[in-house]
Design a protein around this ligand. Structure first.
Ligand SMILES: [Zn+2]
Length: 473
């Protein structure tokens, strides 16, 4: 790895040496933030044996491998589950039956209208300077091209400032290609979500993005976007974006033909809510969640089959272990996340008057690789309580608390109304390699990591739902 970039490598060696010399002891969240939660620390510590029981049951006991096997059965049976499709609805029915088979019957579904965008034929060809077929994936809700396609010259921009600085004459009638370097998903994804609209404002006839990913084996990554003006918009691979940029930098004119078709209407889908009723304060609840819909490419095993199944496992494991917390645990399968958090918005609106009863809300939608801890939104006091709970997971290396004001995707809709919550922090460095591609299959998932995730998710939710105090707001 280091051979070809010697200077950078030397710098790394220097940095790692200087780290060895002066590395301070890693401070925990509670030390860093001087948490003082007095008596509660003893109460939380008393859950140590419950945590051990749950981890043993899931990681090395009767539940070992079960989450993976059930996820594989689900993914192999239904495959991709796009918003508005019949297969999504059948997969929802299946999850209800799977839960009922566990003798859990407090299940409701809530209907809502969801987008139903169906990808048709998609083709992109480079016509100049040479003929080349390229891989592409239209972005969600993209407009279609005329049947003969759109043929035009490409103009490459690294960022929006470059586009803004360009004159309308330079952009008008061309295909804009955004070629931003992948930094973080949150930062880079703005080119996917807003690129088409901004390109259209400058008179472009179509808009392409370099796939939002840090790594590629010639794989285009789809995703949602917000439409202003209707120019067709799609993702091409990192490899082809690099090539087109190099050609432009050499002054070579690049001409593409893009053909895209799709249909759009709306359908009725459902959020699914499974209750494990609390013993003392059943109206108060802790939510664990993942989304059941997926993109139409790949199998939605990682995004978000893993998150769906670790959240499904929470009431199942607790029921099997006869553990009933003080407050209710709700396991929610959001629908139509991929086309704009549609299920989460509908849930927030429908339950707004009851949101004071959401004690804490959790979501896993950034992979179910080995759990590391939680990304937590809430007051300093709320975070101190969660940090204390996370100390119980040192044995599985899942004690890290990361602060964020907007963790997760679906739950961000509810967190922004002031509800404390967290997303699963996991070893997901490879997540965006597969995200929204044909590569999102069961081969990304690991039985051992899913076991750890299911055990962690279950035990954390149980403790938060059972401790004597509500998570403060
Ligand atoms: Zn997702």
């Amino acid at each position: 790895m280091c051979l070809s970039i010697r200077k950078y490598c030397l710098l790394l060696v220097y940095l790692s040496l200087s780290k060895v010399q002066s590395a301070p002891k890693k401070q925990s969240y509670s030390e860093l933030r001087a948490c003082n939660i007095s008596d509660l620390a003893d109460e939380i510590a008393s859950y140590e044996s419950v945590v051990k029981d749950i981890i043993d049951y899931v990681v090395s006991g009767p539940f070992k491998g079960y989450t993976y096997d059930e996820l594989a059965k689900f993914v192999d049976t239904f495959g991709a589950r796009p918003s508005g499709s019949e297969v999504l609805e059948r997969s929802i029915d299946y999850m209800i039956q799977l839960t009922q088979a566990e003798e859990i019957h407090d299940i409701v579904t809530e209907e809502l209208e969801v987008p139903h965008w169906v990808r048709g034929e998609e083709k992109i060809k480079m016509l100049e300077p040479r003929m080349k077929d390229m891989a592409l994936l239209g972005l969600g809700r993209s407009a279609s091209t005329p049947p003969e396609g759109i043929t035009a010259e490409v103009i490459v921009f690294n960022n929006f400032s470059m586009l803004e600085a360009a004159s309308i004459v330079d952009v008008k009638g061309k295909i804009v290609l955004y070629d931003p370097e992948f930094t973080t998903y949150g930062e880079t994804v703005t080119y996917r979500s807003q690129g088409a609209t901004k390109a259209a404002e400058k008179g472009a006839v179509a808009s392409l993005i370099r796939s939002v990913a840090p790594f590629s084996i010639n794989s285009p990554h789809t995703g949602s976007q917000t439409y202003g003006d209707n120019v067709p918009t799609a993702a091409i691979t990192i490899e082809d974006a690099d090539m087109i940029r190099r050609l432009q930098n050499r002054g070579v004119k690049v001409v593409l033909n893009i053909k895209m078709s799709s249909t759009f209407d709306t359908k009725i889908s459902r959020n699914t809510i499974i209750d494990l009723k609390g013993t003392k304060d059943p109206e108060k609840h802790v939510i664990v969640s993942g989304h059941i819909d997926s993109w139409d490419v790949g199998q939605g095993a990682m995004d978000d089959g893993g998150g769906l199944f670790v959240s499904w496992a929470v009431p199942v494991i607790l029921k099997r272990l006869n553990l009933r917390p003080r407050r209710t645990i709700k396991s929610i399968f959001w629908t139509a996340e991929e086309l704009g958090l549609v299920g989460a918005y509908a849930y927030e609106e429908r339950h707004r008057n009851n949101s004071h009863n959401i004690n804490f809300i959790m979501e896993s939608d950034e992979g179910t690789f080995a759990p590391l801890g939680l990304v937590v939104a809430g007051t300093p006091e709320a975070r101190c309580i969660i940090a204390e709970i996370l100390k119980l997971f040192e044995s599985i290396n899942a004690s890290t608390l990361v602060e964020s004001d907007s963790p997760g995707s679906d739950i961000a809709v509810i967190i922004k109304t002031g509800v404390p919550g967290a997303s699963l922090h996991n070893a997901n460095e490879r997540y965006f390699w597969f995200h929204h591609t044909e590569g999102d299959t069961m081969n990304v998932e690991s039985p051992e990591e899913l076991d750890l995730g299911a055990a962690f998710w279950t035990a954390v939710a149980y403790i938060i739902a059972d401790i004597s105090v509500d998570i403060p707001r």
